[in-house]
Design a protein around this ligand. Sequence first.
Ligand code: WT7
Length: 673
Amino acid sequence: MAARSLGRGLGRLLGRLREGRAPRRAASGGSGSVPAAAPASYQALSAQAARDPAAFWGPLARDSLVWDAPYHTVCDCDLRGGRVGWFLGGQLNVSVNCLDQHVQKSPESIALIWERDEPGTEVRVTYRELLETTCRLANTLKRHGVRRGDRVAIYMPVSPLAVASMLACARIGAVHTVVFAGFSAESLAGRINDAKCKVVITFNQGLRGGRVVELKKVVDEAVKHCPTIQHVLVAHRTDSKVHMGDLDVPLEQEMAREDPVCTPESMGSEDMLFLLYTSGSTGTPKGLVHTQAGYLLYAALTHRLVFDYRPGDIFGCVADIGWITGHSYVVYGPLCNGATSVLFESTPVYPDAGRYWEMVQRLRISQFYGAPTAVRLLLKYGDSWVRKYDRSSLRTLGSVGEPINHEAWEWLHKVVGESRCTLVDTWWQTETGGICIAPRPSEEGAEILPGMAMRPFFGIIPVLMDEEGNVVEGCDVSGALCLSQAWPGMARTIYGDHQRFLDAYFRAYPGYYFTGDGALRTQGGYYQITGRMDDVINISGHRLGTAEIEDAMAAHPAVPETAVIGYPHDIKGEAAFAFIVLKDDAGDADVVMRELRATVASKIAKYAVPDQILVVKRLPKTRSGKVMRRLLKKIITGKAQDLGDTTTLEDPGVITEILSTYQKHRDKRAAAQ
Ligand code: WT7
């Protein structure tokens, strides 16, 4: 089909969305029919995006973004070489796309609703106000020496100032790296040093679930070990006075003195927009690099089409901005689309288990996007916490970050969504920039099946690989999930280590992007994600390498060896189980275990602390000395009778030894409960 007719198809699709006339949901029934944002055109558009990505994405980028200068090349990508470039030659500013364009049309429309920790005290921020705050912050950054290309760390909980900090960096061409405010000083320092940040922006304190979080103290501790940091900009979330040292700058005070106008830098499409650190199966966290135009376009388009976002909607993504979900679906996607985006500062159970739904009622939220771990937690509290509140404003429910189990899916769909809302389970990664596989956009009338991530988004071509690296065809098959074509939102490199980028994502299956996940393709071409295939675990939706936990524990002098394994957990999805070997003179094992927990919390974060620690005499190893984690996993998941091939074990006796230690530990725990 000619590019012209494709352009028309997309034009119609986007036109409808712009006018707020996205096609209505088909009459729903059963587990919900698909309210296709692009009925009938899904298949044709998908085929087009697959056949001719440049003809698909070119007109979309031209029409949906505000450019300073047009691009000359839509796509210059070669997955074999791990080379990805989009909209080359184009110039734009992301903050102009997220703010100025909307301020010109409707300055008083609401950009952000800050749902503060204290319920009922939400703050609304208009696009005009957000632009002014962003410009004052941008000018403050410039006055403190931040230039185009410099890196800025943001260690702040979800708040309008955090969003303004991200956009202020974008405005002056600086590169932000948001560090989740639950990370320890050591984790923060590691990221700052890897990115060579010049400035950190933080708050005096944070508030979460009614508790004070000492953010500034963590930053003080971190920057002692960060020679590149020149200033710490400190904003105020509470009235508490914190010690201000030589590096510290009172942010609000400085901003008040600055001009509320700041000329945006004109950035190349492929200039860096942000770094975001995430865990791999080995080594320290890697700083994934996302760039300007492709990332923004992909975040905005997926936000519109997957969630069926329409003008006037209140979009409620409860993720923290420290994760990619917050970047793409709290900040960049919604703001580029001129939406009203909710910033959720609290927790799902503060002050009680009705928090989300009371907020939905009070703010009239149209789309609610959250993590299965919170759903699993809430469903245990019972339905009354949900039914108490009016959820009639809700149209779309979204799930992200980990597989959603059947029970959680049903509860979210039936109880929260009254079997009336569309539930979209969305699969994607820090690396992919935006949603890749989800039930929408899809054909009208297609059924949404529980627990299925469903269909690829436009331009996403999933491929399953077998162990020999052959493409697995057909239905009811599984394999390593790869994507065979570049899309605009994908990460471009790992900051400072392009080779690691190539090795991690493009080496296993040459010519393909390897996701690290396994997947199943069912009848009708639906995809279901089966989980990570590497040593990455997912604790409450937080991604973590088991090697990171092992490295943290290795710092303890009494513990020469450890092996950390992920195992299924009711609420968290997965939890960490640590096998440890103690030195003969280690002393009291309980004391060592307590110290180990504290070490992991201070080296990584509290959520990384293993739920169970078991002392064993030795670990199962191959003759070449590699720990056979596969066997340990079988033991703790009750599959010890089916260990598979154990011929490479140096001493098969180790299995009976560990198994009996484990069984005693398990029985003791069961008795204690
Ligand atoms: C890993 C990526 C996507 C933003 C938040 C997490 C797992 C993510 C799903 C889903 C099953 C999922 C995968 C993926 N994951 N979404 N809908 N169903 N698994 O981003 O921290 O980069 O983690 O989360 O294992 O590889 P992330």
